[in-house]
Each structure stands twice: as C-alpha cells, then as structure tokens.
Write a protein that binds this ligand. Structure first.
Ligand code: IPE
Ligand code: IPE
Ligand code: MG
Length: 255
C-alpha cells in the first residue's frame, strides 16, 4: 500500500493517524493529584480526538493506550488504568457503535484479566460491521512484540509447508503485523513533549510523518489537532524519491 501511494500527489488529509497519548501523569502531578486522576482526564481527551477524526473524515485512528513496558509501572497505577479501560469499554462502546465506529484492539491480550478480554471481544464483535472510522486501541502493545509475532507466524507457515523460505519478503512479513488491513499511518502525533516512538508501530511507521507537541494529553483540543493536520498538509512526502519525481505526473516518473 505504501508503495502504491509513493508517487501519488501528496494527500492533504491523512487517511490514518496514529497517536501516542502521553503526559497524563505530569498533568496530574502539576496539580498535586494522583497520577490516576491524570489518566481519567486523559480518557476525556480520547473523545476529543475521536470526534475530530469523525468530523474531518479521517478513515483510521490508532491510539496507544498502554505499552508492553507500561506493565512495569507501580501496581497501583496499573490497577487504576485497568479500571479505567473497563469503565471506558462499558461506557463508550454503545455510542461509538451508534456513530459508525469500528473498534479493534491490538496487543498481547492474554495479559489482561478475563473481564477486560471479554469486553474487548464483545466491542469488536458488536462494531465489526462499521466502516465510518476504524478505531484501533493499542493496549499491552509493543512494536517489537508485533514484529516478533509476525516472524513467528512466518516460521509456523514455513514449518507447516505452507510457505517457502524464499517467499519471505517485506510483503509477507507486512501481511502478518497488526493493522495489515489498513493503510499505514500517514501522520503520527505525540503529546507530552517527548520526541520518541516508545516502541509504538515500528514496522508500520517507516514513512509516517511525525508531529510532536508539548501539550499534555488531557489538554488536547481540536485546534491542536487541526495544527497537526495543517502541518501535515504542507509537507512533501518523498518516500525516498526526489522532489522533482514527486511533483511530476505519474506517467513521467514511470519511464
Ligand atoms: C500516558 O501518560 C498514558 C500511559 C502511558 C498509560 P503517562 O502516564 O505516560 O504520563 P507522563 O508521561 O508520566 O506524564
Ligand atoms: C508511551 O508513553 C506509551 C503510551 C502512551 C501508552 P510512555 O510514557 O510509556 O513512554 P516513555 O516511557 O516516555 O518512553
Ligand atoms: Mg509518559
């Protein structure tokens, strides 16, 4: 999919936005409140982001909610986050369904308790027929986990005689990572001021445009998201080619 769009005119609106929702803890600490309060405030910002994507006609939104490494946080904070997930799943899915949002989860689901796993399964099944916005929540997710899992799937196919080792290429691995059925993220947004990927979509973001803001996640508003979209619209995505090749009509670059 990335290759197909490589020589196309720059898309003004990203089809797929991937977001690291960072800064909840600092938002709470600045107010001398427990970090869990920040996570609760962050849950409200999730709705701001979803509303924005629905209004603008963005096709896919992938939100990083909890990383593989976040399991290492203090037990109390992990517990508060689990409670919040469960509440959000119970509270929000009806409304998301009503608005035509398809909800899916990526990550190591086995690490969650049974109640959360069941709610995730139910939300996916309930919204499976929707297509207005593809919302993916990355929870217990790590980019390295994703790639390792895809490598294991390749190995299993080879061992079972379904795949020749020579057939393993980027497309074969790319078909086995998470989000393989969506266009790769066009735009990555990270709040909270850190300029890093933190083990998010390592494979999928090879050519994603990166955008950072110092704003903390609970402070997110539509104006900030619009700034990200405006910056994105002004960028030239070259995918390794020259600016002249990108500017030229497709027929000329094909020679
Ligand atoms: C992001 O906010 C939410 C999760 C990682 C679950 P943080 O909790 O990382 O907030 P900061 O970065 O400590 O402020
Ligand atoms: C990334 O934020 C993960 C999520 C937002 C879910 P972190 O706060 O965990 O990342 P680092 O530790 O600053 O790299
Ligand atoms: Mg953080």
């Amino acid at each position: 999919m990335a290759a197909a769009s490589a020589t196309a005119a720059p898309a003004r609106l990203p089809r797929h936005i991937a977001v690291i929702m960072d800064g909840n803890g600092r938002w709470a600490e600045r107010r001398r409140r427990p970090r869990a309060v920040g996570h609760r405030a962050g849950a409200r910002a999730v709705n701001v982001c979803i509303d924005f994507c629905l209004e603008r006609g963005v096709e896919a939104l992938t939100l990083f909610a909890f990383s593989s490494e976040n399991w290492g946080r203090p037990e109390e904070e992990v517990g508060a986050l689990m409670k919040l997930f469960l509440n959000a799943l119970e509270r929000e899915v009806d409304e998301l369904h009503r608005r035509g949002v398809r909800v899916r989860f990526i990550g190591e689901r086995e690490r969650f308790g049974e109640t959360i796993r069941k709610q995730m399964d139910a939300a996916e099944a309930r919204t499976a027929g929707n297509a207005r916005l593809h919302l993916t929540v990355a929870a217990s997710y790590g980019g390295r986990w994703d790639i390792a899992r895809a490598a294991r799937a390749l190995a299993e196919d080879v061992a079972a005689g379904r795949l020749a080792p020579e057939a393993i290429d980027e497309a074969a691995l790319g078909a086995r990572v998470c989000l393989a059925d969506l266009p790769p993220p066009d735009l990555f947004i990270r709040t909270g001021g850190e300029m890093r990927i933190s083990n998010f979509l390592l494979w999928q973001m090879a050519y994603t445009e990166l955008w950072f803001t110092d704003l903390l996640w609970p402070e997110l508003d539509a104006a900030t998201l619009q700034r990200a979209l405006d910056d994105y619209a002004g960028r030239e995505r070259r995918f390794g080619l020259t600016g002249a090749q990108i500017a030229a009509p497709k027929s000329e670059t094909a020679e």
